[in-house]
Design a protein around this ligand. Structure first.
Ligand code: ATR
Length: 274
């Protein structure tokens, strides 16, 4: 890849951001399609100043990650309807100087699940009620699933259920309620770089489909519990991939080279999970 005076810049901003898989994935895609684009990661603490700076230098696209997904909404020009409903953005595109925010987290999650199952009328237990849960619940709602939210802090689950008009809110201890779901999705950070599961062993059943959005490690404790009883599992890297493909298309206007971007992501994950 040759960077010259016409190269368009895209980037991810977050804190921390050093472990992001986005640069590897997007740059592999640019190279494969010979696009004059480059993708960098920036660790950003001063969000307002960072957005003003990126705006001033005319970046093409910005991916926004933890902890900036909500605060950043006040520093851009437009927010599409989906992102408004979710209440968070993870993608900003620059069109002739106008910065528009959208949310692709839900697309990543839904595409990953739809590879395994249809979602209409399925009973889904979503664990967690933070920003990631909001996006996942929004996507499930679009597909016509029946969503119940389980969270350590039940008031937050209740808030989310009310906001998106979902089925029910429960505490994470409601084992029998989770057991009766067909699909279980972990959106909490429990299991990230640790050997802890948000659920007890006995919750998991053979006919469950279990999706963990955590991907470091890929085989979280929750995924291990699911595999042990023979349940179907969906790994978190699929969500990163499908969300990333959508962002690539938004930034470049080109169809993403799926196999190449997937390989770049998988190779990088292998290094991390070694
Ligand atoms: P994100 O944007 O990644 O979703 P977040 O908005 O901070 O991050 O939400 C984190 C979620 O993980 C919350 O649902 C949180 O539960 P609380 O609302 O009770 O805080 C959940 N979570 C984090 N650590 C947890 C733990 N040790 N046990 C159970 N839930 C946990």
């Amino acid at each position: 890849m040759i960077i010259n005076a016409k190269t368009k810049l895209c980037c991810i901003i977050g804190n921390p951001v050093e472990h992001s898989l986005s640069p590897i994935m997007h740059n592999a895609g640019y190279e494969a399609l010979r696009l004059n684009f480059a993708y960098m990661a920036f660790n950003v603490k001063e969000l307002k100043e960072a957005i003003a700076g990126l705006r001033a230098i005319g970046v093409q696209g910005i991916v926004v990650t933890v902890p900036h997904k909500i605060e950043v909404m006040q520093y851009i020009d437009e927010i599409d309807e989906t992102a408004q409903k979710i209440g968070a953005i993870n993608t900003i595109v620059n069109e002739n100087g106008v910065l528009t925010g959208t949310n692709t987290d839900w697309i990543g999650a839904i595409e990953a699940l739809k590879k395994r199952t249809q979602l209409a009328r399925k009973k889904v237990a979503v664990l967690g009620a933070g920003g990631a849960a909001r996006a996942v619940c929004y996507g499930l709602m679009q597909e016509g699933a029946q969503v119940a939210v389980f969270n350590r802090t039940i008031s937050k689950a209740q808030e989310l259920v009310k906001h998106l008009k979902l089925e029910n809110a429960y505490s994470l201890d409601e084992v029998e309620k989770i057991k009766s779901a067909e699909i279980i999705i972990n959106t909490t950070s429990v299991g990230m770089e640790s050997d802890i599961s948000p659920l007890l062993d006995r919750v998991m059943q053979k006919d469950h489909i279990v999706f963990d959005i955590v991907y470091t490690p890929l085989k979280t404790k929750l995924i291990q519990q699911a595999e042990k009883v023979g349940a179907q599992v969906v790994y978190g890297d699929d969500m990163v991939l499908y969300g990333g493909l959508k962002q690539f298309e938004i930034f470049t206007g080109e169809k993403a080279p799926v196999d190449i971007m997937k390989k770049a992501l998988t190779d990088e994950l292998k290094k991390i999970n070694k």
